[in-house]
Design a protein around this ligand. Sequence first.
Ligand code: AMO
Length: 436
Amino acid sequence: MLERTYIEDVSPEDDGEETTIAGHVHELRDLGGILFVIVRDGTGRLQVVAKEDDTPELFETAENLDSEDVIQVTGTLEASDQAPGGVELAPTELTVVSEATDVPSIEISKDVEADLSTRLDERHLDVRKPSTKAVFSLRSKAMQAMTDWFYDNRFEEVDTPELSTAGAEGGADLFPVVYYDKEAYLSQSPQLYKQILVASGFDRLFEVGHAFRAEDFGTSRHVSEIAMFDVELGYIEDHNDVMDVQEESLRHTIRHVAENAQRELEELGVDLDVPEEDFPRITFEEARDILADEYDHVPEDDNDLDTKGERLLGEYFEEQGHPAVFVVGYPDEKFYYRQDVEGDDIASRKFDLLYRGQELSSGGQREHDIERLKAVMREQGVEPENFEFYLDAFRYGVPPHGGYGLGIDRLVQQLAGLDNIKEAILFPRDPDRLEP
Ligand code: AMO
């Protein structure tokens, strides 16, 4: 393994230190007798200054470099006011590790806007761009913070199947797959498994997995394959306990990104605010009233808020210093949410979290009484017989529980300030894209 310094760890304070770096040739500038080679590794860029008079042989090698060649350079770090980042490398050894044989079809070193479809077609080149790489470094840091929070709070990580016989979120959006001689589907959500596992004694669990939705959409916030952060916990009082977990873990994640992904945020031009104050929790009716009274907007579906409604609510609360808001008590909800509870002034114990005007997660308290659960299923035209493997878990004692699913891609989209969710996914899937 090559011993090298990661470029993000180099600073003007290292003046005079001998070091080795490795990476791609990001940019070459020939000033006649002096050659600036900007080297890019996965963490940043560093200027290497080759001088013909000082190192003639090395200079000749450098003169023959092409953009994107992979090189390894050893030399002395020198603090310099003129150098980007205030430090540069005076090389004593330069080795070409791998030559780029073709010229990249998209601009890597310059900020030339290419359209998203071209960028995604050439994703392996696009990811070489520092601004694109920054999205995925930020994503990695966000996920590290999120999973850390759950481990630190006594949650256990589980892994449930992506192949299934039944859809948890309704039949229309399922992807069928050929599974030997049977009918099977790609998982829409680990919903049923999360609940089964809580019944089995996993009091606090989370899962990082993929969910598949065959939705016919053309929006900037939907994809067919979603990275999902799922959570489920037992012994709750009600949905408020679930919202507490969602709120605290999200705040921790955003704070971690703000503090530990400064280089990435700078590269992306994003100024990230940590939502330190309590997230407002409003009822579904209150949300509809705000839309009607403040914006004269009435979402078409009586049981939902539409995209425009979510955006307007986002604006309304952002103006009051709240980028995140919970909307609680959606009517006519999926069978697994606890609904029509006597004494409740809300239709269900289901909530959505809106972050910067976009739905980021859905969750709530579940129905854990098997008779009520079966009754709601029947009311909704869902055959309990098709969900025996799920219902069986409710026959042997199950604590009151709840949880949520958070769209990781949407979270990264918002944290990185991206217009389209696909920019937040390395290799996104939509109705027109199955490769790369
Ligand atoms: P829901 O279907 O609302 O809830 O999904 C949870 C979250 O997943 C994200 N999401 C999507 N992101 C991108 N493209 C899509 N097509 C897409 N669909 C969903 C959103 C959404 O908030 N079982 C429940 C969760 C639970 O109650 O635990 C569920 O899957 O960010």
